[in-house]
Design a binder for this molecule. Structure first.
Ligand code: WT7
Length: 649
């Protein structure tokens, strides 16, 4: 174990992890070099693990200036066939595809074999067709974390419809905005969801959204059995409409570049971005990254604790595992209900081998003490993973020592909604680990650090993280707005994909993500655009102006700090604080709930009227000594008042 300030603490890979692995230390260097030097043959080889209806005639075909990205041109395939049917055809129909662990620990566990999954997806696909859905249509999926959510995605993919999954925690306003943006005519939902013992009114939220944006059809699953309103001619119960549908449904052959899904994510402006992924490249990328990063071995149980409403759930609950014929656990609940040991109890109960979660959950559980962990048998675990934000070394240590008993590797996987799958990580049989560092680039990934002016930084350096070459799982565009795609990712440093993250590379070539460098904050591993929260706040009739920044939060990583100015005559106070918190929850969803509301008569602005966010960030971080130059402010006294206000909180 070395301990240098610059290259970080090195935790050696346990000897046991080095054998029987899909990629050893000596394999990695050669394979990584080949993935760049001989990229087409490398990816053509990986693509052979996919069943193509027609083989691709070209592998990589892309440019970052102008921006046009294509992979596996000429190929046709269906990802549902690859994730489901081919495993059944290969004689593995009896293998478990999904294990469902319900919110209520005493509820019914479901084990769904690949054969059953195939039958259920066929029924669902035919039901969608019966409702009127056809190839190319956008279908909004607003489902609880139950197997039918995954089946809905696969059923869309089977018939060539483009799914747009919306996380169950989003509000009716957020649903409506996304439906309008991708002109989705169809919704798949359930009567109600359940998390941590509490109901989530899914159908009611959909109804409110559709008051604003009428849709052609809503397919509704009965989940909890709660009463719901069904709109005649628009809403269909799945269990009724699915009666008498045929029991076969051919998989629609899709061109490699046909859209597979849209997933909305936050950016620096108020309007969420509809990130578009296509079929062939995403299939190859999720199949390959899952296989190497998690080193999956036959019959193992893989558990990713994300929700299918996020990209992590798309790639590592549904597509990555199923493309590999793996067994994926789907968990409806939360880490701390009914008690803080729920994760560890579930690992024990289902003999989970690979566990993939987020630093925010690790930190929250760490503070509940070790007894919650040690009273369960976690000896089935072989590999741990982390995703969503940088993991602080203290949390890494606890995860490694207490959960992993110091004996198994951790992969800290850096990636984004736009990257489709893991980009930077150590490989579990190849690399020593460094707590807090994601590690090394995955095959085919060319990270580059640049300074503010775009100059390339070599060797040990810190700068803005760009990726210089395309990879199969890269997002192709923002739905309906290619200009915004180009503008957002390829204009800051022309010819390069800019991630929006800051990053340091150490002298061992390990990458350390330092966090977002744009107006995006990372709250509990979820990306939140500060402008989105500001837009929601200023919609309130009493609010004149708002500026939102992130600040360090023990559990969430970053919390949401809102500076608010009120219209003349309005009174700040606890009641308005509560009202505004509730307001933002209603506008966006509970994940956007402000942690701090700081009422101020004015915001610090330059003489040209631009809000000085840098200063607001520092004040929220309690970093008063380093406010920097405030001489360009129109009214420097504003800052003194804000500092005094922050100190008094
Ligand atoms: C942003 C992407 C990837 C799925 C979950 C989030 C941050 C993600 C890590 C990590 C440091 C990370 C980055 C990135 N991030 N994983 N292992 N270490 N930072 O997807 O909502 O698209 O957010 O999450 O800042 O840009 P997302």
């Amino acid at each position: 174990m070395s301990d240098s300030k610059h290259s970080g603490e090195r935790v050696e890979l346990p000897a046991a992890a080095r054998s029987g692995t899909v990629c050893t230390a000596s394999d990695y260097d050669g394979m990584y070099a080949r993935s760049l030097d001989d990229s087409d043959s490398f990816w053509a080889e990986q693509a052979q693990r996919i069943d193509w209806v027609a083989e691709p005639t070209k592998v990589a075909d892309w440019s970052f200036d102008p921006v046009a990205i294509s992979w596996f041109t000429g190929g046709t395939l269906n990802i549902c066939h690859n994730a489901v049917d081919r495993h059944v055809a290969a004689g593995n129909g009896a293998r478990t595809a999904l294990i469902f662990e319900p919110d209520d620990p005493d509820g019914t566990v479901r084990k769904i074999s690949y054969a059953k999954l195939q039958r259920d997806v066929i029924t669902m696909a035919n039901t969608l067709k019966k409702m009127g859905v056809s190839k190319g249509d956008r279908v909004t999926i607003y489902m609880p974390m139950v197997p039918e959510g995954a089946m809905a995605m696969l059923a869309c993919a089977r018939i060539g419809a483009v799914h747009s999954v919306i996380f169950g925690g989003f509000s009716p306003e957020a649903i409506a905005g996304r439906i309008v943006d991708c002109r989705s005519d169809w919704v798949i939902t359930a009567d109600e969801g359940r998390r941590g013992g509490k109901p989530i009114a899914l159908k009611k939220n959909v109804d409110e959204a559709l008051d604003k944006v009428p849709n052609r059809g809503v397919l509704v699953f009965r989940n909890t059995g709660c009463p719901v309103t069904m709109v005649e001619g628009r809403d269909h119960w799945f269990h009724e409409l699915s009666q008498d549908v045929p029991d076969d449904c051919p998989c629609e052959p899709m061109a490699a570049e046909d859209p597979l899904f849209i997933l909305y994510t936050s950016g620096s402006t108020g309007k969420p971005k509809g990130v578009l992924h296509t079929t062939g490249g995403y299939a190859v990328w999720t199949e390959t990254t899952f296989r190497f990063v998690f080193d999956y071995r036959e019959n193992e149980v893989f558990w990713c604790t994300a929700d299918i409403g996020w990209v992590t759930g798309h790639s590592y609950i549904v597509y990555g595992p199923l493309l590999n014929g793996a067994t994926a656990l789907m968990f409806e609940g939360v880490p701390n209900w009914p008690d803080h040991d729920r994760f560890w109890q579930v690992i024990d109960k289902h003999q989970v081998n690979i566990f993939y979660t987020a630093p925010t959950a690790i930190r929250a559980l760490m503070r509940e003490g070790n007894d919650h962990v040690t009273r369960h048998d976690l000896s089935s675990l072989r590999l741990l993973g982390s995703v969503g934000e940088p993991i602080n070394p203290e949390a890494w240590r606890w995860y490694h020592d207490t959960v992993g008993k110091g004996a198994i590797p951790i992969v800290d996987t850096w990636w984004q909604t736009e990257t489709g799958g893991v980009m930077i990580t150590t490989l579990p049989g190849a690399h020593d680990m460094k707590p807090g560092s994601a590690g090394k680039p995955f095959f085919g990934i060319c990270p580059q650090l640049v300074d503010g002016e775009g100059a390339v930084l070599e060797g040990e350096a810190e700068g803005n993280l760009c990726i210089t070459r395309s990879w199969p799982g890269q997002a192709r565009t923002l739905y309906g707005d290619h200009d915004r795609f180009v503008q957002t990712y390829f204009s800051t440093y022309p010819g390069k994909y800019f991630t929006g993250d800051g990053c340091r590379r150490d002298d061992d070539g390990y990458y350390w993500i330092t966090g977002r460098v744009d107006d995006v904050i990372n709250v509990s591993g979820h990306r939140m655009g500060t402008a989105e929260v500001e837009s929601a706040l200023v919609l309130h009739p009493k609010v004149s102006e708002a500026a939102v920044v992130g600040f360090p939060h023990d559990i969430k990583g970053q919390g949401i700090y809102c500076y608010v100015t009120l219209n003349a005559g309005e009174e700040a106070g606890d009641a308005l604080t509560a009202e505004l918190r509730q307001w933002v929850r209603k506008e966006i969803g509970p994940i956007a709930t402000p942690d701090e509301l700081h009422f101020t008569p004015a915001l610090p602005k330059t003489r040209s009227g631009k809000i000085m966010r840098r200063i607001l960030r520092k004040i929220a971080e309690n970093e008063f000594a380093s406010l920097g130059d405030i001489s360009t402010l129109a009214d420097p006294a504003v800052v003194e008042a804000l500092v005094a206000g922050r100190k008094a909180r």
